[in-house]
Design a protein around this ligand. Structure first.
Ligand SMILES: Nc1ncnc2c1ncn2[C@@H]1O[C@H](COP(=O)(O)OP(=O)(O)OP(=O)(O)O)[C@@H](O)[C@H]1O
Ligand SMILES: [Mg+2]
Length: 369
């Protein structure tokens, strides 16, 4: 997928520069009072410091009016300083109230395990698109036009369609990399715009089309998005993605380097590592953009089993490029030129949708059957 250079930013991460700018904006109307107050305070302080050094007695000073002038200056300074402090205080209060309104980042549990969902929200997530239209930028053509579909909080849903139909873009909108131009995208019945970005993202695991496996060890590749994962967590996920036998074969197990971009691994293993990495974060919704490259028969069928197994506990959405994936799907959404053309099972669609029947022919969807 075009892992979109995500333009959306978390509202909770105001930069220091923005903070200083906001502070300046608040103080600007009071700037003369603040400056004068500071000047008078300095003058008063200097007068106070120098007074003991002066030769005149206090009585002399009172008689000549010097001390009264000094007292007046000091009072003025106090009043103006008060104004400045009030301005800063009001600003501080405003910022405190503002930060109290901001959503908080999900925090890792201190038990040493990976971050989990909040207790109130558990189980597989549901997804709904309601008349979604979308274009990447004003002036560009619409990529989605009145896209509607519903995915209940269970099972596996496959998205199928010609290249450029807008399948990966569906995922980009669910993850809120981009905002729908029209209509609504809902996760768990709630508009993604109303989710805190960090909460939304922590509910979603995403294994992208060209799953990046980096130089480094297998362990490093697995845990970089879930640094709190324990050995038990890793063992569990390796078993679910059928990578445990691979780890047994590797000379240093999990601590074996996998080569530049995972060159010592097969395409199927890389894809499963991407799934394992996503599962370590215990998502309630797994988005899997299948790699278009050919897998050998063993890897393809293993991948199918892994997806079916994960779909038992997590809602799984797959952009499918393999026949073995679509035949195992609970429902298939067929997309064409930014529209949903039909929804059904493999058998229903093969009988009813000519485009799907063509797409599902082995020469289009890759198949090792
Ligand atoms: N960041 C972007 N900016 C502008 N246009 C984009 C961007 N990403 C994708 N597109 C365009 O949006 C359309 C749909 O892209 P998308 O990646 O959703 O297609 P797809 O159905 O996943 O295709 P494929 O099967 O080839 O992966 C394409 O025409 C693509 O060129
Ligand atoms: Mg794609």
């Amino acid at each position: 997928m075009n892992t979109a250079s995500a333009p959306a930013t978390d509202e909770s991460s105001l930069s220091a520069r923005e903070t200083v700018k906001a502070l300046c904006a608040y103080v600007r109307p009071h700037r003369w009072a603040v400056a004068l107050g500071l000047l008078c305070a300095l003058a008063g302080a200097a007068g106070g410091l120098l007074q003991p050094l002066a030769t005149k007695t206090l009585v002399d000073r009172l008689a000549t009016g010097d001390t009264i002038t000094g007292i007046l200056i000091a009072l003025t300074a106090l009043v103006l300083l008060g104004t400045a402090i009030e301005a800063f205080g009001a600003y501080a209060l405003e910022r405190t109230a503002e930060s109290a309104r901001l959503s908080t980042e999900p925090t890792a549990r201190r038990t040493g395990t990976v971050p989990r969902q909040r207790a109130a929200v558990t189980g597989p997530a549901s997804v709904r698109f309601e008349d979604v239209s979308f274009r990447y930028r004003p002036g560009l053509p619409y990529i989605h036009q009145q896209v509607s579909f519903e995915v209940p909080g269970t099972g596996m849903t496959a998205f199928v369609g010609p290249s450029g139909a807008g399948k990966s873009t569906v995922f980009a909108l669910i993850e809120r990399f981009y905002e729908a131009t029209g209509g609504r995208v809902l996760v768990d019945g709630k508009d993604v715009q109303d989710w805190s970005l960090s909460e939304l993202r922590s509910a979603i695991g995403y294994a992208e089309q060209d799953a990046p496996v980096l130089a480094g060890t297998l362990r490093e590749n697995l845990v970089f998005a879930a640094p709190g994962a324990t050995d038990d967590d890793i063992r569990d996920v390796l078993a679910r993605t059928k990578l445990d036998t691979l780890v047994e074969r590797l000379p240093h197990g999990l601590d074996t380097p996998v080569g530049h971009r995972g060159s010592k691994l097969s395409g199927g293993e890389r894809q499963r590592i991407a799934i394992a990495r996503a599962l370590l974060r215990r998502p309630r919704l797994l988005l899997l953009d299948e790699a278009t490259s050919q897998l050998d028969a063993v890897n393809e069928l293993t991948l199918r089993d892994v997806i079916a197994e994960v779909a038992r506990e997590t809602t799984v959405l797959v952009v499918a490029h393999r026949l073995s994936t679509v035949t195992g799907a609970d429902r298939i959404v067929v997309m064409e030129a930014g529209r949903v053309r039909s929804v059904g099972t493999h058998e229903e669609l093969t009988a009813q949708d000519r485009l799907y029947a063509q797409l599902a022919a082995p020469q289009f969807l890759t198949s090792s059957r």
